[in-house]
Design a protein around this ligand. Sequence first.
Ligand SMILES: Cc1cc2nc3c(=O)[nH]c(=O)nc-3n(C[C@H](O)[C@H](O)[C@H](O)COP(=O)(O)OP(=O)(O)OC[C@H]3O[C@@H](n4cnc5c(N)ncnc54)[C@H](O)[C@@H]3O)c2cc1C
Length: 413
Amino acid sequence: MTAPQRPPRRIVIVGAGLAGASAAAALREQGFDGDVTLFGQEGHDPYELPPLSKGVLLGERDASDLVREAGYYDDHDIALCRDTTVTAVRPADHLIVDADGAEHGYDRLLLATGSRPRTLPGFDGPGVYTLRTLDDSLALREKLTDGARVVIVGAGWVGCEVASAARAHGAHVTMLDPAPLPLRHVLGDRVGAVFRDLHADHGVTLRLGVKATGTRDGGRTVHLDDGGELPADVVVVGVGALPRTELAQAAGLDLAAGGVAVDAALRTSAPDVYAAGDIAAHDHPRYEGRVRVEHWANAKEQGAHVAGNLLGGHDAYDADPYFFSDQYDLGCEYRGLADPARDELVLRGEPASREFLAFWLRDGRVTAALNVNSWDHGDALTALVATRARVSAQRLTEADPHTLTTGDAAPRR
Ligand SMILES: Cc1cc2nc3c(=O)[nH]c(=O)nc-3n(C[C@H](O)[C@H](O)[C@H](O)COP(=O)(O)OP(=O)(O)OC[C@H]3O[C@@H](n4cnc5c(N)ncnc54)[C@H](O)[C@@H]3O)c2cc1C
């Protein structure tokens, strides 16, 4: 029989982003009165990233949304160590080391180090930007001026949102991607085409099926793999993010799916060490294989959830992925996890109208749902994905979405 675990007195969190700060707050909300120390590399209070490619980049605001209001950490006796990089984790000794060489012991440790933007070799110079932090967003915003020539490398979520903000500032925007459609790997051809047309209608020049191979003159010229060149005042590299696993890797923790391997309860392979947010490659109880999600809701909810486990719980995290995006006058939410190359697409409404629902079905069950400029059925779509009900394509297109979670066994209206 194993001895019961002693309750922790010292909890250390590495990474003062959305997952880390949400966990710190949840520890206090759950009544933990021991030490909570939150280490963050940046000088700001913990903030959310989505406004960085939306309101901040659009110039509507100069700051992002804070994870908790100013003063919260002091008021709740959470030691927020700003401008402090953690350089090593020593699980065998139950301590971490900061950049000054100071050692900090823990009873339980949460790693929530998030991601860094993926960069591309050959893209460098003062005119080349990536977007991850508030400082990145403010610096890029300065350059998105009326008439500036902006080349965006990568037509993923961040690239599409930057394109939208750049057009709002009157910049000339070219967006490049080797894929034939924006967001194709997430949304497939039919829905990806909606985003292609959206950007084209807003004056973005799309160069799809073309790869940018590098820059010259500090980012003033972009080379393409078809031999072409594009002049640029600003180049934004938006080709995805890389989870920051280096601390975990150096500490000998198991890695998987590009992140830190965690079990259903978000425990890593090292005793008393947990991981949450972008870095967590999660053994999700409701999906096959590891699930690693780089989205806002996952970081916020895993952060809050893992607090209970840091305090001795063993609860599995089983929420479905969720994300949202805003581009021009299009807003959308996506719930679940589909493979558009494999799953059947069912559309409700006319995609060209940019107000529609999309469902992806596998073996008759909804793997994901997308609502575009349609806001009445969010809870029903969440439940539909969560229950994995069997629903026919016909019912998805015809029935009241609120009745769908009962599946096809339910009487038809
Ligand atoms: C521009 C942008 C727009 C986005 N928009 C959306 C959106 O519209 N919808 C959506 O669902 N998702 C969006 N996302 C994704 C979402 O914001 C992220 O998935 C989420 O913030 C991840 O949270 P996290 O806590 O895991 O990591 P982060 O928020 O990245 O936080 C990690 C923190 O850890 C710190 N850190 C790392 N290593 C160390 C270390 N060694 N020592 C100390 N501190 C360290 C970092 O500095 C960082 O502050 C967006 C992301 C970006 C970049």
